[in-house]
Design a protein around this ligand. Structure first.
Ligand code: XMP
Ligand code: MG
Length: 184
C-alpha cells in the first residue's frame, strides 16, 4: 500500500497511508452499499465541515439513489491537538424532521464530537440517523458511550493524518491521498 510521498509534500508528510486509488475503490463500495440501503428513501447526507467535504463529494458521485446534501460545521481541533470543546454551527435552519439522515464525518477518534453532534441532531427528530465516517481511529481513547458508527471507510492507527480533506491548520486538505503528518 505504501506509495511514495510526492516530492512537493515531503517536508510535511512522512508516509502515504491510503493512496488515491485505494480511497476511490473503497468509496465505490461504500456508495454501492449506501445506495442499496437507502433505495427509495431519499436520504439527507449531512456533511460535517470542514474535513468531510472531499469524502462527501466523492461518495455522492458513487451513489445512484435519490438524495439531498446539507452541511453543518463542528470545530474541535486546534493544530494537532483536541481542544476538548466542540462548537457546532448551522443547525438553526436544518430541517431534517422525519427524514432519513446519514451524518458524513471525516474521522472518529474519541467519538466525543460525534456524540455531541448526534445529541443535537436527535432533537430535530429525524426518522433515522446513521453515521458514515471516512476514517475511524483504532484508539484506546474511544469512549464507550459514543454512538455506533454504521459505515466506515478505513480504520487507522492513532496518528495525525492530513490530506483528502484532513488539514493541519487549514492546509494540506487538497492532497488526493491520506498521509501521516510529520511532527518534528
Ligand atoms: P473526536 O476525538 O471528537 O475527534 O472523535 C474527531 C474530530 O477531530 C478531528 N481529527 C482530526 N483531524 N487529522 C485531522 O485533520 C486527524 O488525524 C484528526 N483526528 C481527529 C476531526 O475533525 C474529527 O471530526
Ligand atoms: Mg470533523
Amino acid at each position: 500500500m505504501s506509495s511514495k510521498v510526492p516530492e512537493e509534500w515531503k517536508n510535511e508528510v512522512s508516509d502515504v497511508l491510503f493512496d488515491s486509488e485505494t480511497i476511490q475503490n473503497r468509496i465505490r463500495e461504500l456508495g454501492k452499499q449506501l445506495s442499496l440501503d437507502y433505495r427509495n428513501r431519499k436520504p439527507v447526507l449531512l456533511g460535517v465541515l470542514t474535513g468531510s467535504f472531499v469524502f462527501l463529494a466523492d461518495l455522492i458521485r458513487s451513489m445512484n439513489c435519490d438524495l439531498e446534501i446539507r452541511f453543518m460545521r463542528a470545530v474541535s481541533y486546534d493544530g494537532t491537538e483536541s481542544t476538548g470543546s466542540v462548537t457546532i454551527e448551522g443547525l438553526e435552519f436544518l430541517n431534517i424532521q422525519s427524514r432519513d439522515v446519514v451524518l458524513v464525518e471525516d474521522i472518529v477518534d474519541t467519538g466525543l464530537t460525534l456524540k455531541w453532534i448526534c445529541e443535537k441532531l436527535q432533537k430535530l427528530q429525524p426518522s433515522s440517523l446513521k453515521i458514515c465516517t471516512f476514517l475511524s481511529k483504532k484508539t484506546s481513547r474511544r469512549r464507550a458511550d459514543v454512538p455506533k458508527v454504521d459505515y466506515v471507510g478505513f480504520e487507522c492507527e492513532d496518528q495525525f493524518v492530513v490530506g483528502y480533506g484532513f488539514d493541519c491548520d487549514q492546509r494540506l486538505r487538497q492532497l488526493d491521498f491520506v498521509g501521516i503528518y510529520k511532527t518534528s
